[in-house]
Ligand binder design. Structure first.
Ligand SMILES: Nc1ncnc2c1ncn2[C@@H]1O[C@H](COP(=O)(O)OP(=O)(O)O)[C@@H](O)[C@H]1O
Ligand SMILES: [Mg+2]
Length: 503
């Protein structure tokens, strides 16, 4: 036992059927420190911290709190021993007030009745301590996500937590909200609360933490003192290899003689006069600010929104997709930005997801050929290396990068000629980004055409063969590779096209 540590996890192992989520992970939290816990998607961060609260029962390993060993942790025991966790998806009740949420499941009573007033007073006290302005009577549904998170933190304080564990707390917040959250976290550390802060955003970890623990593929890698660590070193530890290249090399594969997609003065869905060509083997990047009309253009091409005028040609033939279904049958695929909502069916298996667009093709009189279904899914699992125990695994249990691969597998199976990516790597960490870039390369090297919407300048420049920039629903520029330059692209993205002057 070590006096310095408030929480110790030793040799934690967690097996799920078919997956070992944690192999042998150790974590030691010092009194009064902020320990950053980092690792790629699927590394096992959430599983590890759930072991501290009893939400997950480890297959083996030891947990000590203040030197006291626990054979079996339960949520009750964790709370009694001063451990509070703020999960990625906090479970509050939107219809209840801030105060009621703070005392959810453990209301203050006066005799037999619930003492609402006392709860509101206690809540107000906790909010004041954190210097946050929330009316304890306000219904949670009227509060922003940032405030909802503050309520969770206040709850931990009210319960006198000694250890606060936060799982990707910045993910749902706006920049301003992140700053307020940082202030509260630092305030708590100064009061002696020990904090585990999980994030894959390294700037945050550098800003807040005293030490940083890295885990990878369910295994402990190392713990560093923040002041002595560098970004490159941490990335290398997270990814497990040198990341000298951000963008994988691509073989020259553009076939100028083959125009896969042509837009000829297309107007629709708010966008005006869109003209462009994408060749086989080419990645055309679509740059611009949020709201410039890039997603809207993708929707028109994908048949999700009607066009008002102009022509769309696929492989030289005019098409008029009236629905995504039609577009898919024609050979167009869209990998949307919000893949949780639109890209993959999360509650469904990898196998079903991959076969989704081709069920019609592989069925005879409505009977699906299960052999073909399985073979197709296995083929793409192998080809694009979807990391999963079996193709029967539900997509929601995969990491973000692997979810993205499933979506891709689905469009490969559908034999799409044109693949439109809308922010392909948003919310994905470094290692998985590289994998996605490799997949995009594979697609074009096989003669497909890619239209890639991206707000990340580096990605746009690193991956595109040509860049087209939109601003306020119009095209404001087109650059060939030798003209790529961040300032030029930004200027084009901010250009206001004044129709009256132009006309
Ligand atoms: N309930 C579960 N059933 C099966 N596998 C799971 C479950 N929860 C997590 N996993 C798997 O365990 C691994 C670690 O996941 P997780 O702890 O969520 O990683 P992180 O939080 O670092 O992104 C992943 O491969 C994930 O698919
Ligand atoms: Mg997680």
């Amino acid at each position: 036992m070590n006096e310095d540590y408030v929480l110790e996890l030793e040799h934690i192992r967690k097996e799920y059927p078919g997956v070992v989520a944690l192999k042998d992970v150790t974590l030691q939290l010092r009194r009064g420190e902020i320990l950053g816990l980092i690792g790629e998607n699927g590394a096992g961060k959430s599983t590890l911290i759930k072991c501290c609260s009893g939400a997950v029962i480890p297959t083996s390993g030891k947990i000590r709190i203040n030197g006291k060993e626990f054979d079996r942790m339960t949520p009750q025991l964790a709370a009694e021993n001063g451990i509070a966790i703020i999960y990625q998806e906090f479970n509050n009740v939107k219809e209840l007030s801030a105060a009621e949420n703070m005392f959810l499941g453990r209301p203050i009573r006066k005799g037999m009745v619930i003492d609402r007033k006392a709860m509101e007073e206690e809540a107000a006290k906790a909010f004041a301590q954190l210097r946050i302005k929330i009316n304890p009577r306000e219904l949670v549904k009227n509060l922003s996500v940032g405030y909802q998170q503050m309520i969770e933190i206040a709850k931990a304080i009210q319960q006198n937590a000694q250890v606060l564990i936060m799982d990707e707390p910045s993910a749902p917040l706006t920049n301003n909200e992140v700053e307020s959250m940082f202030e509260v976290v630092e305030l708590l550390r100064n009061r002696g609360v020990s904090i585990i802060y999980i994030s894959h955003r390294l700037e945050e970890i550098f800003h807040l933490s005293n030490r940083i623990e890295v885990i990878r593929d369910g295994e402990y890698v190392d713990t560093l003192i923040t002041k002595e660590a560098t970004v490159d070193q941490l990335i290398r530890m997270m990814v497990g290899r040198e990341m000298t290249q951000k963008f994988p090399p691509r073989k020259p594969c553009i076939d100028e003689s083959k125009v896969v997609l042509e837009l000829d003065d297309v107007c629709g869905n708010g966008d005006q006069h869109m003209s462009l060509k994408i060749h086989a083997g080419e990645v055309v990047g679509l740059g611009g600010l949020v709201g410039a009309g890039r997603t809207e253009l993708a929707q028109v091409i994908f048949g999700a929104k009607p066009k008002d005028s102009g022509r769309i040609l696929l492989n030289g033939k005019e098409i008029n997709p009236k629905s995504p279904r039609e577009a898919i049958d024609l050979g167009i695929a869209l990998v949307p930005e919000d893949r949780k909502r639109h890209g993959a069916l999360l509650g469904v298996s990898i196998k079903n997801n991959i076969n989704m667009p081709i069920y019609k093709r592989i069925s005879t009189a409505s009977v699906i050929s299960s052999g073909t279904e399985k073979a197709t899914a296995e083929k793409y699992r192998e080809e694009i290396q979807i990391k999963c125990p079996t193709i029967g695994q539900l997509v929601k249990n995969l990491s973000g990068g692997n979810q993205q691969k499933v979506i891709l597998g689905k469009w490969l199976a559908a034999d799409s000629q044109l693949i439109i990516f809308d922010e392909p790597t948003r919310g994905i960490d470094v290692g998985a980004k590289f994998e996605i870039y490799k997949l995009i390369n594979d697609l074009v090297e096989q003669g497909r055409a890619v239209l890639m919407i991206s707000s990340e300048m580096e990605e746009l420049i690193g991956m595109s063969d040509r860049i087209i920039v939109l601003a306020e629903r119009q095209m404001t520029g087109e650059l060939t590779k030798d003209q790529f330059d961040a300032d030029t692209i930004m200027a084009m993205a901010s250009a206001v096209v004044d129709q009256r002057n132009a006309g």
